[in-house]
Design a protein around this ligand. Structure first.
Ligand code: GDP
Ligand code: MG
Length: 167
């Protein structure tokens, strides 16, 4: 089995970090500075009979008056067009307007979308996740929800199992 997986989300939620850890190599640049990933970055992982082609995307921005942001939004929204699965990455406690922008773009998506809640290593209480999940599920019909820590590895394998189901 083989398929394309797009990783989408606003800047700084950890898209590139997640991709690097899934691939086990520093393919995509990660940084605390937003807009580090300016183009689509592809990575391929083959495991057994499953081959996933990951598309890391630039973070999406509301401020469209900036040419670079406009360009990055375009790259990100075209990235979700022709894929088998979309991973929508969010930060566990920081929902901002840019997240809503991404959600809006996802309304045009034809592939299943898995909600990936990242940075759960920073949660003191896992119970804090439930209100976020419930709220987001009322906004969009996600195919699945997986809380992860891209950085520390929490649930990363679980996420890869979920991904494989859609390829
Ligand atoms: P992107 O803009 O979505 O690609 O985000 P990056 O992958 O560049 O990460 C942005 C920042 O968040 C970096 O400083 C990362 O080290 C940090 N980060 C990413 N994933 C995690 C995580 O699971 N836990 C924590 N604590 N920090 C993370
Ligand atoms: Mg990035």
């Amino acid at each position: 089995r083989c398929g394309y997986v797009a990783i989408i989300g606003r800047p700084n939620v950890g898209k590139s970090t997640l991709l690097n850890h899934i691939l086990g190599q520093k393919l995509s640049i990660t940084s605390r500075k937003p807009q580090t990933t300016r183009h689509q970055v592809l990575g391929i992982k083959t495991e057994g009979e499953v081959q996933a082609i990951y598309v890391d995307t630039p973070g999406m921005h509301l401020k469209e008056e900036k040419a670079l942001n406009r360009y990055m939004n375009k790259a990100a929204s075209s990235a979700i067009k022709d894929v088998d699965l979309i991973l929508f990455l969010v930060d566990r406690d920081r929902w901002i307007d840019d997240d809503d922008l991404v959600l809006k773009i996802l309304e045009n998506a034809r592939s299943p979308v898995v909600l990936v809640i990242n940075k759960v290593d920073r949660l003191d209480d896992k119970g804090q996740l439930l209100p976020l999940i419930t709220n987001l599920q009322s906004k969009y019909k996600f195919a699945d929800v997986v809380p992860v820590s891209a950085l520390q590895g929490h649930n990363r394998e679980e996420l890869e199992k979920v991904i494989a189901r859609f390829l």
